[in-house]
Design a binder for this molecule. Structure first.
Ligand code: UD1
Length: 362
């Protein structure tokens, strides 16, 4: 069986690594890795490949940054001849970035089967580009691997046939489980012993000058009680400069490699973020997470985990932060199947499915 993995952006890399590892153990499988080049900075891409033990991509489409339409279209144009030539039995796509939806569109029209890893998540907020990517990808996918039961329910409600849906758990947690022992031994220069870890990059938070200014003010307030450590996405750093904003005494860092960032999360008193994956990682680590969004496509991190949605309301952030300082932060549990073995379940299903198809063809 010929499996092609297509990835492009930072949050894809820790998801593809465990799936490639699990499939490497299956003798009947030949794997190809395609990088769209959506993320291209050394510290947004290369360093993740090294730390996760990913092979050098067989193909790099080097699309780079642009508007959503241009970036998606560029990926489609460059990917189409590659997929047409290689004709994989199945293309595996990950998460909800522009590379995911672009690949799904190309493969669906070339008649190549698509497997979507991290299917079924919904924020029900179509102003988020990722929500559009999730909706389209799931409609086109032939096999939908979900991380939690809400994913199955969303897909069934949208009319996806139940036999296409496989609840396997969370592959991102597979990477966390594997590399956490190493992560705990790392340290990052300039980071104090007790701190609040911050990441922000969503357009809704950083592309509006007034909103970003308000957020920085709230973080400066937090910083009076607890040092704020803020590895900034290139987009965020750019916006702070564009709007002429002042990050004052906040400890702004360049993006941190995967293993060091896991270490920073595991030791943080609290994490303040607008990322998707970090809501999941903090839930697994049992670290309090305050999410600066009005909604989440990962509701299980709120219902079971340590996540609290504070939206853009500085009052709510302050109140939840006080709970953390007074030792009363929300406690949580690890969701079912977030056990470090999700990728093995995916590999089992793919191989089983291939055997079924080849005996049906005979
Ligand atoms: C993308 C994903 C988002 C994910 C995030 C994680 C989409 C729609 N969004 O957002 O879901 O949470 O990745 O990081 O796919 N840039 C660099 N170097 C890079 C990559 C980007 O400097 O290696 C800068 C460029 O100025 C670019 C901007 O960051 O314009 C945004 O990059 P882009 O890939 O368009 O989206 P992200 O904000 O990274």
């Amino acid at each position: 069986m010929n499996i092609t993995h297509i990835v492009g952006a930072r949050p894809n890399f820790m998801k593809v690594a465990p799936v490639m590892n699990a499939l490497r153990e299956r003798k009947s499988v030949v794997q190809t890795l395609i990088h769209t080049g959506q993320h291209y900075d050394v510290n947004m891409s290369d360093v993740f490949f090294q730390q996760l033990g990913l092979p050098t991509p067989d193909v790099n489409l080097s699309v780079g940054s642009s508007t959503h339409a241009k970036q998606t279209a560029e990926i489609m144009m460059r990917l189409e001849p590659v997929v047409a030539e290689r004709q994989p039995d199945i293309a595996l796509v990950y998460g909800d970035v522009n590379s995911t939806v672009a690949t799904a569109l190309v493969c669906a029209k070339l008649g190549v089967q698509i497997g979507h890893v991290e299917a079924g998540l919904r924020s029900f907020d179509r102003t988020m580009p990722e929500e559009i990517n999730r909706l389209v990808t799931d409609q086109l996918a032939d096999m939908l691997f979900t991380p939690s039961i809400d994913g199955d329910e969303n897909l069934r409600r949208e009319g996806i046939a139940p036999e296409k849906i496989f609840r396997v758990g969370n592959v991102m947690i597979d990477s966390l489980v594997r590399l956490l022992p190493l992560a705990k031994k790392t340290c990052v220069d300039g980071v104090p012993e007790r701190y609040a870890l911050v990441t922000l990059h969503r357009p809704a938070n950083v592309d509006d000058g007034a909103r970003l200014k308000g957020i920085l003010q709230s973080l400066l307030e937090v910083n009076r009680d607890l040092a704020v450590v803020f590895p900034a996405h290139p987009r965020t750093r750019q916006r702070i400069a564009d709007f002429g904003l002042n990050s004052g005494q906040l400890c702004l860092l360049d993006p941190v490699p995967y293993i060091e960032f896991l270490g920073l999360q595991s030791r943080a008193a609290v994490v303040i973020t607008d990322s998707g994956g970090i809501q999941e990682e903090t839930t697994h680590l049992g670290v309090p997470c305050l999410t600066m969004r009005e909604n989440t496509e990962r509701p299980i991190t709120v219902s079971l985990g340590t996540n609290v949605l504070v939206g853009g309301d500085p009052g709510k952030l302050r109140a939840e932060f006080s709970r953390v300082l007074s030792g009363n932060a929300k406690k949580g549990a690890v969701p079912p199947l977030w056990d470090g073995h999700a990728a093995e379940r995916i590999a089992d299903i793919l191989v089983r499915q291939a055997v079924r198809q080849s005996s049906a063809a005979r």
